[in-house]
Design a protein around this ligand. Structure first.
Ligand SMILES: Cc1ncc(C[n+]2csc(CCOP(=O)(O)OP(=O)(O)O)c2C)c(N)n1
Length: 329
């Protein structure tokens, strides 16, 4: 695939801001969950943030986006320009939420091409084929970018989706966030491949493996695939190697095969924290100064305090809206 243009200083700072903002909202949701203030559960994105941020920060507004469940969409939605305070309000079941308080974790923002998500893993593949088919028929160069976990590609729908998109050269980019496990199951127990991107060969599309902790590397892997899809050349499969820093979901046992996860492994991956890595890199390059980094932290701390207040003070939706928005008249 063609190389991406070098990112400008402004674009690098956009990536950094999106990473910091995502991490801080994720920490807020982790705390709110522990305090019993969220109506649902919460799957933290900590460790994964560079993938959504690297992949979504420079998409077109009218591109379709299907977020992965990590952070319940925060890295992706924030980077595509959605309002994160509406995500917080949604998790509290408030009418100001991005799904009017009734979708729980499946928030949407139609104007940004984010149409909500399916509850079953694997369904993302076939739903995003539908988005891409609509985009192709419309003929305005829109692309569907869809983020999934390694668990999804073990399901039949993944293969139906890739097969159809390959055959019809649909404008879709699938990004696998391979964190080496699906809930309590190591990927190696259920998949014969070392690199999941190798599945691409079977569907006649490019398959790329990239370091999911490096936001620029992720961007440089996804963006050419997006441009390729935009140019009518069909789908791609990008695999980002990553790791989740927290349990599968908050408050649940952090185990694999019913044994506690290896502390040593978690520690090793935390040395490659995507937010810290990028901060250090930008400081070294002189793109960021300690003072600017501090100001960015303060800016988002204040924004998040306000988002929490907004969500707490918002009203619950009137149950009478349910039939009006769930079924089309
Ligand atoms: C068909 C189906 N089976 C089981 C579940 C329950 N479930 C929710 S998330 C999850 C694990 C997902 O793993 P992966 O796709 O690797 O993403 P990760 O959580 O590791 O980021 C499972 C099994 C589900 N949602 N759908």
């Amino acid at each position: 695939m063609a190389a991406t243009k070098k990112l400008s200083k402004k674009q690098l700072l956009t990536l950094y801001r999106n990473l910091v903002r995502t991490r801080k909202y994720d920490e807020l949701n982790v705390r709110l969950m522990a305090e019993g203030k969220l109506l649902t559960f919460y799957h933290s994105a900590q460790g994964h943030e560079a993938i959504g941020v690297g992949g979504c920060s420079f998409l077109r507004e009218d591109d379709y986006l299907y977020p992965h469940l990590r952070g319940h969409g925060l890295p992706y939605l924030i980077s595509k320009g959605a309002d994160p305070k509406a995500v917080v309000a949604e998790h509290m079941g408030k009418e100001t939420g991005c799904g009017r308080g009734i979708t729980g974790i499946h928030g949407a923002d139609e104007e940004l091409g984010i149409l909500g998500g399916g509850g079953t893993i694997g369904s993302a593949f076939v739903l995003s084929v539908g988005f891409a088919l609509a985009a192709k028929k419309r003929g305005q160069g829109q692309v569907a970018v869809c983020f999934v976990g390694d668990g999804s590609v073990q399901r039949g729908q993944a293969h139906e989706g890739m097969n159809m998109a390959g055959a019809w050269k649909l404008p879709v980019v699938w990004v696998i966030e391979n964190n080496l496990m699906a809930w309590h199951t190591p990927v190696e127990d259920v998949c014969p491949l070392e690199d999941l991107a190798d599945m691409a060969k079977a569907y006649n599309m490019p398959g790329v493996v990239v370091d999911g902790q490096d936001v620029v590397a992720v961007h440089e892997a996804i963006q050419p695939a997006v441009e390729r899809a935009r140019a009518g050349k069909g789908p791609s499969l990008i695999e980002c190697k990553t790791y989740r820093f927290r349990p599968h979901s908050e408050g649940r046992p952090d185990v694999l095969h019913n044994e506690p996860r290896s502390e040593k492994e978690i520690k090793k991956w935390k040395k490659r924290d995507p937010v810290k890595l990028f901060r250090e890199k930008l400081l070294k390059q002189g793109v960021l100064t300690e003072k600017t980094a501090e100001e960015i932290d303060q800016e988002y701390d204040a924004e998040i305090e306000e988002a929490e207040r907004f969500a707490v003070e918002s009203a619950y939706p009137d149950p009478a809206i349910l039939p009006k928005i769930v079924y089309a008249p």
